[in-house]
Design a protein. Structure first.
Length: 187
């Protein structure tokens, strides 16, 4: 017979089983954070920078330079741009961005549940899986009772900050044919 005591026991056992599963679950490692080109980060921690180092090449794809060394440098510059941009945002938005990175952190103690709900990639080294995860967030159902419009908002934040950080960089201007801001200096 199911009474309150048995229900509490079963609930406790279920909770312990879930925690055991979580601790045994072998999630992939967050990629190492690239250095900041001498920049002292004020917002992004090494895990956040590691995640961005895998997201940015997928988000910006063909707009990044093709020679490998230039591409790596551009990704580092975008990550620095991200930090500079986020530091200038209101505290409420900074807190939302921190929560976004917490969900994407595969070493978060309850990483399995957010990953199942949000589709965060298990393999940060697989660009196709990252692209699928971004597309899932982009096309997420705003009517979803669990995630609502949060996944779509997270996608827009990731994309907009990445693009703004790249296109604010003068090295990106050649790609899009921008000659730079007008020079009104008088000689």
């Amino acid at each position: 017979m199911l009474n309150r005591r048995n229900l509490l026991k079963k609930s406790a056992m279920s909770g312990i089983a879930i925690l055991a599963l979580e601790s045994c679950y072998n999630s992939s490692k967050i990629p190492p954070a690239p250095d900041g080109l001498g920049y002292s980060f004020k917002f992004l921690n090494p895990k956040d920078r590691g995640i961005l180092s895998k997201l940015i090449p997928v988000i910006l794809a063909e707009s990044l330079p093709h020679p490998f060394e230039e591409r790596v440098l551009a990704i580092k510059e975008v990550i620095v741009g991200w930090d500079i941009a986020v530091v200038g945002l209101p505290i409420l938005i900074q807190n939302e961005i921190k929560r976004l990175f917490l969900v994407m952190d595969s070493h978060f103690i309850f990483s399995l549940t957010p990953r199942l709900i949000t589709g965060v990639p298990e393999a940060w080294d697989n660009p196709l899986e990252i692209e699928d995860f971004l597309n899932d967030w982009k096309h997420s159902d705003p009517e979803n009772i669990i995630t609502g419009n949060e996944l779509r908002a997270g996608y827009m934040g990731l994309v907009e900050l990445s693009m703004a950080s790249w296109y604010a960089n003068s090295r990106s201007w050649k790609f899009c044919g921008y000659l730079g801001p007008p020079n009104f200096s008088t000689s």
